[in-house]
Ligand binder design. Structure first.
Ligand code: DC
Length: 247
């Protein structure tokens, strides 16, 4: 890891599926002009690669090898999620189904897989900074992050947000099925032995139920302003003075 990578500041955003984490993290990264790691996408790509190469989701040694050699590229886009290329093929939309989300959650419970994906995730740390979205960003992958956020939302709210998102993409599911799938995924993500979904001790928890996406981003920006660890120049939009941050 280069010195520039080691020094780049990090904001981690963790939480369960459907808390709006992905959209919020991507908006925040854009607003700050920072890099963005969607770690869930990495687990999803592995789930898809397993399917493609007919590797069973409980075959830990084979999945470890697949994770170590995963030929995946993330191509950053302004105001949008990165394009994702697996073995030369565009999989940006393909990995967003509930089936692949479940596969990601199953392979993510395997310790050898998590270890194999660690350095890949840490490589996203680049100047001027990184917004890292996932389940264990603040607890395991970037325990030294300057700011750690943990997003909360009720199961019902998360399922109805997900339903809306999927409908917009033309994918048909029922609210009932989504609630059951989210419940099962929550249980697996929280109860796994390695890097379970939980807030870091020094994380700030935000309940997103009563807030819009924009309001959550604003709330995070105000946390950022209060952190003396961040450079005063990071928000060109709201022009803050050096005094307000670096006093
Ligand atoms: O954030 P997401 O819904 O795209 O993630 C899909 C699954 O990947 C999630 O249910 C659990 C797994 N995952 C993980 O184990 N660790 C992460 N840091 C991110 C995702």
């Amino acid at each position: 890891m280069t010195r520039q990578q080691q020094n780049a500041p990090i904001i981690t955003i963790d939480g369960a599926s459907g808390t709006g984490k992905g959209t919020i993290s991507q908006l925040l990264a854009d607003r700050l002009g920072w890099n963005f790691l969607d770690s869930g996408a990495l687990y999803r790509v592995l789930g898809l690669a397993a399917q493609k190469h007919s590797v069973a989701l409980d075959n830990e040694p084979a999945l470890e090898v697949l994770a170590q050699h995963l030929d995946v590229q993330f191509i950053a886009r302004k105001n949008d999620f990165p394009r994702i290329i697996l073995e030369g093929e565009e999989v940006t939309d393909l990995i967003r189904t509930e089936k692949i989300g479940n596969a990601a959650s199953i392979v993510g419970a395997l310790p050898a897989v998590r270890t194999a994906l660690l350095s890949r995730q840490r490589d996203f740390r680049e100047a001027p900074g990184l917004v890292a979205d996932g389940r264990d960003m603040g607890t395991v992958v970037f325990p030294d992050a300057e700011l750690k956020i943990f997003l909360l939302a009720s199961l019902e709210e998360r399922a109805s947000r997900r339903l809306k998102q999927l409908k917009e993409r033309g994918i048909n599911v029922t609210l009932h099925d989504l609630i059951e799938e989210l419940r099962a995924r929550d249980r697996r993500d929280k109860e796994r032995a390695v890097a379970p979904l939980k807030p870091a001790e020094d994380a700030i928890c935000i309940d997103t139920d009563p807030l819009t996406i924009e309001q959550v981003v604003e709330r995070m920006m105000s946390e950022i302003y209060q952190k003396k660890a961040f450079p005063a120049t990071l928000n060109p939009v709201n022009k803050i003075t050096d005094m307000s941050v670096a006093e």
